[in-house]
Design a protein around this ligand. Structure first.
Ligand code: IPT
Length: 995
């Protein structure tokens, strides 16, 4: 392949026509039918029908989706990236959330926790490529699907080529595009691919496909300096915008896949007919000239308000799903593969859409608290490390999918063959993929020694429940070649003195491998059956928990069971060499400098570390930069022990903190002055198409610049005396709530259900005195703006706030005022961004920030004191922490205890602020989230923190908050991650113009 790329370089540097260059990777047929193909703008990232090349080197892109914006601690980005790298993945795919970066139209800000420059530097540092997906539309379960709220004021259709919409996107893409462009691989950065738009795959009521729009988004990227290939993510395998389809086509076509869906109700049931078997064929039809690309494949699931919780999603989308579904994708020949999500993170600061709660754990391989203890993390490592050492996979051609009877007698298992020039790959699964049976089978595989019935030395193979296996034939292992192996390959390395191959099997399974060799000079273990047969050495065994080593010449085959294989790591020493490490909760990296090997890793228990393949020049060991003793074992491998003594972690009891409280609903007090509030005086709205105006003036919050968090309305009227009831239609998105008061009198609440985005209520009014002025105060919870997945209906424009009202039987004129976050689009807190704070009194004042003016507060027992009546109370306390975070990674979570909330008190909602960052939204009557992880960096583990909780009691009897605690929720690990920098963010100051 070097040759091809040299040729490409030659083509680029000579005066050949662009068409000639563009021929690469595109069959001629496209040239005659499609538009003039575009020239490649660079020669670093190229491709053919099999795979991508980087600098001429063919490679698989195995990537995980990570949203930096869901982890607002820049120094922890490296931690997550290292955990991705340790899996054997070589890339991350990132969305970028426009709503956070351009809260005010025309003002783009990407600093501090929004610093993508820093993120891309970190990815480069860790050694991962980046697939950049800035939108403008991203979906992503983000508020508005990433669209800033002010797009609700755009008249034209979103995600179409209506000019006002296009104009709205220009500044953002120009600005973020510039940052991404700077970090492209052509400039020494990590960015190798760019995805314009997101799943531009369907519309209702507007012309579609819309090539003009797609082309515009692509041109925007190019104008910003993006030269790397453009990749699409069609929502399904529909071929939309594939190369050759004309205007709007991308360079590399890809489609997404979430075969098990997002309903975690029945975590042990895989739905019927969900396993895709036509993806290779559709790829060949739709985009035969590009590598088979799945830009998003189900790595977990989102979960809605009132959902089942991520533990249950994890049961559904677990290691078994990875085995069967990922391997099914390898069977289809995927070579650009991204898992959505690899790490989900947190919907802090109102960044989520209403279909999700604060946690965006996603049941991903890396948990929200950044732990890597899930079995799916380990299983993914087995698969990724295998593909990393199997270059033959990249050019092997997938045959018919899921064939029965050909490579294995009987119909219980189905096999897809990927036939390569040397090595071939046979992906085995249960014919009934839903089966939870264990099935026995034998193989009959074509090899260079002819068709071979396997196992040759007797017995049979077993496919366990929800398993799938990749058997290889004529598989190169350094200077050796395996005629076949039924045991799966974890990795192999050619070291200076020997070649080590690590293979694994499930518990008690029988396996067999054959090494092409006429030598009988082997060294074995008596529990292995070995025989020379037709030019091969055949080894057959039953998998046990004990490692066996088989040696033939200088090939050492380490035979382990899968659970032991989970403990192996393959940190790179350079682009072409690695050590193999057996043991440790996480091995992040290995570095040789001089005669020292420094391993960086994390430990969750006392661990033995075995290091295989230490280079000759190395004689001393460091673990996490500390000199460490080691011994050489019989294999010549280094062995060392890392003791783990569970630390005592002094976590304060929250109820014992010195709490202070303040009423956060002064709006219902007599004499409250709302003269600084915005008057809702817009007689029209641009939102008419989605949300026709039903009130004399618009009460849609986004019409006035309020797009996030709590909304407050004040309707003034002079009573006629005839008023008996008031009708209110409020809308806040799924699981929202609203409460209303007349002066100080509570009228009632909509307490919320997961299914309701809007609610109509008619509240009885007390007797009103004719001629007397009254005010109705309405508090509405904005759960985030709807996404805009389908083009046309513009669902993102679903308004927030009051949709309609009626003072029944009265002609009294109501004049409304409203507020959301202080300043609206001129948002006050540039550090925490435009979404973090809503319109609660305490938020407008900035009392949720560190060091609020406690002299305005009253002494309090804290959130658990509860509210005797409906309203909002804010509690603040200083939380000093002193935790050994230099050496320990300690997962802390705030926990709302829900156990007794049904027996006493009514529904309540709570917002949790940690040093001013909103890190939790709790809804007692909807759930499911009660545990809210907050990362170090948001919390200062060695200093004073400010905790704030705003509690909104919605029911007549007020609310009880049965428990509120801080817990070490998870296992503290001895860590080799870098120091966590506390995110610098300003505390409270008197805000100008505050009310
Ligand atoms: C796919 C979106 O592209 C992605 O942004 C995210 O929302 C994901 O779904 C679900 O988590 S859309 C796919 C369901 C067709």
């Amino acid at each position: 392949m070097r040759l091809l790329s040299t040729l490409a370089v030659a083509l680029l540097t000579t005066s050949q026509s662009c068409d000639a260059i563009a021929l690469r990777g595109r069959p001629n047929t496209l040239l005659s039918t499609g538009p003039t193909p575009r020239a490649l703008l660079q020669d670093t990232v190229t491709w053919d029908e099999h795979s991508l090349f980087i600098d001429g080197e063919r490679l698989m892109i195995f990537s995980g989706e990570f949203h930096p914006f869901r982890l607002p601690v820049p120094s922890l980005w490296t931690d997550v990236l290292e955990k991705v790298k340790a899996l054997g993945l070589n890339a991350v795919s990132i969305y970028i959330d426009w709503a956070q970066l351009e809260g005010k139209p025309g003002e783009f800000r990407a600093e501090g926790v929004f610093d993508y420059d820093a993120f891309l530097d970190a990815a480069k540092q860790v050694g991962l490529y980046v697939i950049a997906r800035p939108g403008p539309y991203i979906n992503a379960e983000a508020s508005g699907g990433g669209f800033p709220g002010w797009l609700q004021r755009v008249k034209g259709h979103l995600r179409t080529n209506d000019s006002d919409y296009l104009a709205a996107t220009d500044n953002y893409i120009a600005s973020i595009g510039k940052i991404i462009a700077k970090h492209q691989i052509t400039n020494g950065g990590p960015v190798i691919l760019y995805q314009p738009e997101n799943e531009y795959s369907g519309a209702v009521g507007v012309p579609f496909p819309n090539a003009d729009y797609m082309q515009y988004v692509e041109d925007q990227a190019r104008k910003a300096g993006i030269v790397v290939p453009l990749v699409s993510n069609d929502a399904s395998a529909g071929g939309r915008n594939a190369p050759g389809t004309g205007k709007g086509e991308v360079d590399i076509y890809g489609h997404d896949g979430y075969p098990l869906g997002f309903d975690c109700a029945n975590p042990n049931t895989w739905p019927a007919k969900a396993l895709p078997t036509n993806w290779h064929v559709t790829h060949e039809n739709q985009s035969p000239s590009t590598p088979y690309t799945i830009p998003e494949f189900q790595g977990g699931s989102f979960d809605p308000w009132g959902g089942w919780g991520f533990d249950q999603c994890l049961q559904l989308i677990n290691h078994g799903q990875e085995r069967v579904f990922y391997k099914n994708n390898y069977a289809a020949g995927v070579t650009i593969f991204n898992l959505y999500m690899i790490f989900g993170g947190t919907n802090w600061g109102n960044l989520g859409h209403p279909g999700g709660y604060t946690s965006y754990d996603y049941a991903a391989p890396i948990a929200e608290d950044r732990s890597v203890a899930r079995e799916k993390y380990s299983e993914l490592k087995l698969e990724a490390q295998f593909l990393k050492v199997s270059p033959g996979y990249l050019t092997a051609t997938p045959g018919n999918a899921s064939v029965t009877g050909l490579y294995s007698p009987g119909t219980a298992v189905s096999i897809t063959a990927l036939i390569g020039t040397h090595d071939s790959f046979f992906v085995v699964r249960h014919t009934d993929y839903q089966s939870t049976d264990s099935t026995t089978y034998t193989l009959n595989l074509p090899t260079s020694a002819g068709n071979t019935t396997i196992p040759q030395l007797g017995g049979f193979l077993t496919l366990g429940r929800r398993d799938s296996k990749i058997h290889v034939t004529d598989y190169p292992v350094g200077d050796y070649s395996l005629l076949y192996s039924t045991a799966e390959i974890f990795t192999w390395k050619k070291f200076e003195d020997r070649t080590v191959l690590v293979v694994y099997g499930g518990p008690n399974e029988q396996h067999e491998l054959a090494i092409k060799s006429s030598s009988t000079n082997w060294k074995t273990d008596c529990s292995l059956t070995v025989a020379a047969k037709n030019g091969s050495v055949v080894v057959n065994w039953q998998t046990t928990g004990k490692r066996r080593i088989f040696q033939l010449g200088d090939l050492h085959v380490y035979i382990v069971d899968r659970n032991s294989a989970y403990k192996y790591w393959v940190p790179e020493l350079s682009s072409s060499s690695s050590v193999i490490v057996n043991g440790g909760y996480l091995i992040r990296s290995a570095l040789v400098s001089g005669s020292t090997l420094n391993l960086r890793g994390d430990f969750n228990s006392t661990s033995t570390i075995e290091i295989i393949g230490v280079p000759k020049e190395v004689s001393t060991l460091k673990i996490n930069d500390v000199a460490w003793l080691y011994e050489k074992n019989t294999q010549g491998n280094w062995e060392s022990a890392v003791p783990y003594i569970k630390p005592t972690l002094p976590v304060p009891v929250l109820s014992k903190l010195d709490w202070k409280s303040i009423d956060s609903l002064p709006e219902i007090k007599p004499g409250y002055d709302d003269s600084k509030w915005v008057v809702a005086d817009h007689k029209t709205t641009n939102n008419t198409f989605v949300q026709p105006l039903r009130t004399p003036t618009s009460l849609f919050a986004s019409d006035y610049g309020f797009h996030t968090g709590a909304l407050l309305y004040r309707g003034h009227f002079t009573a006629s005396g005839a008023e008996k009831t008031i009708y209110l239609s409020t809308q806040g998105g799924s699981a929202f709530g609203s409460s209303a008061w007349l002066n100080s009198t509570f009228l009632g609440s909509w307490t919320g259900t997961d299914a309701s985005s809007a609610a109509n209520a008619t509240y009885t009014l007390p007797n009103l005195t004719p001629g007397t002025p009254y005010v109705v105060t309405v508090l509405v919870d904005n759960m985030g703006l709807d996404e805009n997945w389908v083009v046309g209906p513009d669902e993102m424009k679903h308004a927030r706030g009051i949709l309609d009202y009626d003072l029944v039987d009265s002609n009294a004129l109501v004049t409304w005022k409203l507020t959301g976050n202080l300043g609206g689009e001129e948002y006050a807190d540039k550090t925490r961004g435009p979404l973090n704070e809503g319109g609660l009194y305490v938020e407008r004042q900035g009392y949720h920030l560190p060091d609020p003016p406690l002299q305005q507060f009253s002494p309090s027992a804290g959130p658990t004191s509860g509210l005797p009546q409906p309203g909002v109370t804010f509690y603040a306390a200083k939380l000093p922490l002193s935790l050994p975070s230099d050496t320990w990674d300690i997962p802390l979570s705030f926990v709302f205890d829900n156990t007794t909330s049904t027996s006493s008190g009514g529904a309540y909602r709570a917002w949790l602020y940690v040093n001013g960052f909103q890190f939790g939204r709790y809804v007692s009557n909807v759930g499911p989230q009660t545990v809210f992880p907050v990362p170090e960096g948001i919390l200062d583990y060695n200093g004073d923190n400010w905790i704030g909780v705003a509690v909104w009691a919605l029911e007549a009897g007020g609310a009880e908050v049965p428990g509120f605690e801080l817990r070490v929720a998870g296992t503290p690990v001895l860590t080799g991650r870098g120091k966590v920098e506390v995110v610098g963010a300003p505390g409270w100051v008197v805000r100008e113009g505050v009310y």
